[in-house]
Design a protein around this ligand. Sequence first.
Ligand code: IPM
Ligand code: MN
Length: 375
Amino acid sequence: MLYKIPTIPGDGVGPEVIEEGKKVIEAVGDLEGFDIEWIHYDFGADRYLEHGELISEEELKELGQYRAIYLGALGDPRVEPGILELGILLKLRFFFDQYVNLRPVKLLEGVWTPIKDKRPEDIDFIVVRENTEDFYIGIGGRFKGGSSKVHLELIRELYQVKFDLDIETSSDEIGYQIGVISREGAERVIEYAFNLAERKKMKRVTGIDKANVLSEMYSLWREVFFNVAERYPGIETEFNFIDAAAMWFVKNPEWYRVIVTPNLFGDILTDLGAMIQGGLGLAPGGNINPDGTSMFEPIHGSAPKYKGKNVVNPIATIWAGAMLLEHLGEDRGALRIIEAIKDVLREGKVRTYDLGGNSKTSEVGDEIVKKMREV
Ligand code: IPM
Ligand code: MN
C-alpha cells in the first residue's frame, strides 16, 4: 500500500515539527507494511515575501486529489497578521469544505495540568468545532475611517516594531463582521459529533452556544441540535452557554464527553482545552471533510521566536499524524503512535522545555520511534 500525502510545513517551527511527524509516520509504515510518498508544498511567508503568492487555484485543485494533508503552522512576523492565516490556512479549510475541526482534549500520564487534583481520567473528551461558518465567513466592513491605523497599532504592539502612525482617523468610524449559521452547516457537524459519540462510546454530547444573547443564529443551531439528538436516543444531551463552558472546563472537565460548538467559541475553547491537557505542545487537531480532502495539524501556531532552534515540542504534530493515519483507515498504526507518545510522556526522560525538560525536538521524535519499535 502506498499513501501519497501532501505536506505543508509552513512557517516558524512548522518545518521542524513536521519533520518529526514524518519520521514517526514512516516508522509506522515500516511496522505496518505501507509506504508513504510525501509531496512537499512550500506555502508560507518565504514564498509570499519572495513572489507575492499565497496559494493558487491550480495548487488547490492538485491538493484535492489527496485524502489528507499534513500541515505544520502558518504565520510570520514579517507579514501582516491575517494574510497567511486567512490566505492559506483558512483558504484550505474553506476550499475543501473541512467542516469539522476535531480537537481531542486528553491529559496523558506524566503530564502536569494547571488544574489542581485532576488526573488523566478526569480530562478526556473531544471537541467538535464547526469549521466553515459562524464569524469566520469573512463578511464585514470598515466605514468612515482612515482605516488601517488600528491595524498598524496592533502590529506595532504585537511585534514591537517602531514606525510612525500618521494616518488620519475619524472618531465615528465603524467596523462590523457578520456571523452565519446555516441549517445544513449546523446539521452536518452536529451529526458528525453524535456519530463520533456513538463510535467512541462516549454517551453524552454537549452543545455550546450563546443562544441567550445571539439569539437568532444560535436558536437555529439549537433547533438543529435537538432534531439531530432525537435520532440518537441512547446519547444524553445538554447545552452549555459558552461562558459557563469555559468555567466548567476548569472546574469539572470530567463531565464532558463530546462537545459540539460553533466555530469562534470552539476556537477559544480549544486553546483552553489545550492548556488543561498540558499545553499547546500537546494538542492536535484535524480539519475534516469526511468525503473530501482533510488536513491534520497541531493547534499551536508557528512560534517564530523558536524557529530553527530544535526546541519546541513536536508531540502535538506527531499526535495529529496519528489522527491522519486513523483518517486513512490505519487504526492500528494510529494506536501505535498514541501508545508510544504515552510511554514517552509517562517515562518523562525525554521531554522538551515546555514540559520541564531540555530535550530537543528531534530527540522526542526519535524516542517515539524507538518506543514503537520496542513493542
Ligand atoms: C486555530 C487558529 C486559526 C483559527 C487561525 C490561525 C486562523 O487559531 O486553528 O485555532 O482561528 O481557526
Ligand atoms: Mn485557535
